[in-house]
Design a protein around this ligand. Sequence first.
Ligand code: S3P
Length: 430
Amino acid sequence: MTDYVFDSKGKTFTGEMTVPGDKSISHRSVMLGSIAEGTTTVEGFLLGEDCLSTIRCMSELGVTIERDGEHVTIHGNGLKGLTEPKTVLDVGNSGTTARLIIGLLSGQPFYSVISGDRSLNKRPMDRVTKPLKNMGGTFYGRENGRYAPLSIVGGALKAIHYQSPVASAQVKSSLVLAGLQASGETTIEEPHLSRDHTERMLRAFGVTIETEGTTHRVKGGQTLTATHIRVPGDFSSAAFFIAAALITPGSELIIKNVGINPTRTGLLTVLENMGASIELLNQREENFEPVADLHIKGQSLKATTVSGEVIPRLIDEIPILALIASQAEGTTVIKDAEELRVKETDRIQTVCEELTKIGVQIEPTPDGMIIQGQPRTSLKGGRVKSHGDHRIGMMLGVAAVLTDQPLILEEGEAIAVSFPGFYDFFTKNK
Ligand code: S3P
């Protein structure tokens, strides 16, 4: 466990930067490349620990994957070419790897076991195994199949219609990967639209998948054809620098080549409601994904209420949004976000606990939090901790621009899950 010292008082954020590749897109590039026919090449792959877990698991399933820095080559085995793993598939801290692989393996004619770290093994897997059982999958796990370590006995699947109680891209993608192997047409309906990278990337691999409103349809038995994927910068990583620039007067930052898929950019919608103006420059599309350069200036903000359909579009940005709200005039209310309780940590609890330590006025609620803004009031330095959660760690790293004394972040190494180099990036150019 390592302490990371953030001594950033008075720092401003200027000039141009890029952020590492998108985590969701990197995972999917390897999984879909593995079940495609032919060789898929990926540029800008995120070298975060989560995505490396996906490479490790797919290699264990018999796929040849070569990596040269951020360039990855996947020699696809096709949907019927995966082989029984000889050891437990270690998904590390990665919920996306776990849930997507469970869907994929539910239709494979062999036995496999997945397990992860302590945090991962506390996260509910029955949100995918329950509908997958209805498709014909067989699973055994702790607490009646709710938690990993979880074993999967794959076999023939049949299509279902599933009305998901949660807007979760992991659930949707897991069922889509099973649906591709099922007889018939699988339909998945979600309460609100969750991130749609799986659907977009499947189209790049030549698969037909239709979306109407919040319902998705995919027919089994389709072939994926290898392709070339350029992974854009991760909006969720950019969010920490968007926040840093917004809350430090005198900042003017351009973050280049960031994915701006609307199912991910709820933070921009909310910031606009808070009175911020962020420019999207040089908008373009790559592999069915919209990309732009973001131009952010330090500016004053007003409080807002965040709820409903925007929540899944900014679910990973709520920790940093809580910090931003502490700098806005008025009371910000975040609700309908109970999903935060089953992330890498219970983020309602960890956000409130850590921000309270540094003097933010924040109260947890069952499905969100309430933040009293105190713009122009210094926060307190001292010891804080990531709780092993990368996004809590990075949020606290940004908070150090507002504290009177440095922040000492315990368990700072968690940040490498999605943004290796964040610390250097953040502390250089002081
Ligand atoms: C992800 C989906 C989201 C998100 C996670 C990555 C994905 O989780 O929080 O960081 O890549 O599909 P849920 O789908 O469970 O909301």
